[in-house]
Write a protein that binds this ligand. Structure first.
Ligand SMILES: *[C@@H]1O[C@H](CO)[C@@H](O)[C@H](O)[C@H]1NC(C)=O
Ligand SMILES: CC(=O)N[C@H]1CO[C@H](CO)[C@@H](O)[C@@H]1O
Length: 117
């Protein structure tokens, strides 16, 4: 019973950590557009003071992806760092850019779910 309580506390602490994490910022710019499709470059920037080894990015809404690159699929609408990035991590003060093509005129909404140091 006591053990369960401890693990619950730890899990809760981890969650709070995740939700308060603002070290990774996301910005995107449109790079192309044609006949109901738009291309976007998404830059994730490590603004923190630690190297980020991996992170999960969730496409929350407005995501009609046709193609995505430089991010690996985790599960439906969830992506994480590609293999080459995981090897050394995303150092603080650096950024990684990935791209996608949406069958949409507007950008998808992304959220950072899980940041691993
Ligand atoms: C990275 O973090 C270290 C502290 O851990 C800090 O000294 C350094 O200035 C940071 N670098 C950048 C580019 O933010
Ligand atoms: C222009 C176009 O075809 N885009 C589609 C992509 O996603 C949006 C969602 O907001 C749809 O409304 C568009 O039809």
């Amino acid at each position: 019973m006591f053990k369960t309580l401890i693990s619950l506390t730890i899990i809760f602490a981890l969650f709070s950590l995740v939700f308060c994490d603002t070290s990774l910022s996301i910005s995107q710019i449109q790079t192309s557009g044609w006949e109901g499709h738009t291309g976007w470059d998404v830059t994730i920037m490590n603004n923190g003071d630690k190297t980020i080894m991996d992170a999960t990015i969730v496409a929350e809404s407005n995501f009609f992806v046709e193609k995505i690159w430089s991010m690996d699929l985790l599960s439906e609408n969830k992506y994480h760092f590609p293999e080459f990035l995981i090897q050394n991590g995303l150092k603080n003060g650096t950024k990684h850019t990935f791209g996608y093509i949406n069958k949409s005129g507007t950008p998808a909404i992304f959220n950072v779910l899980d940041v691993k140091y």
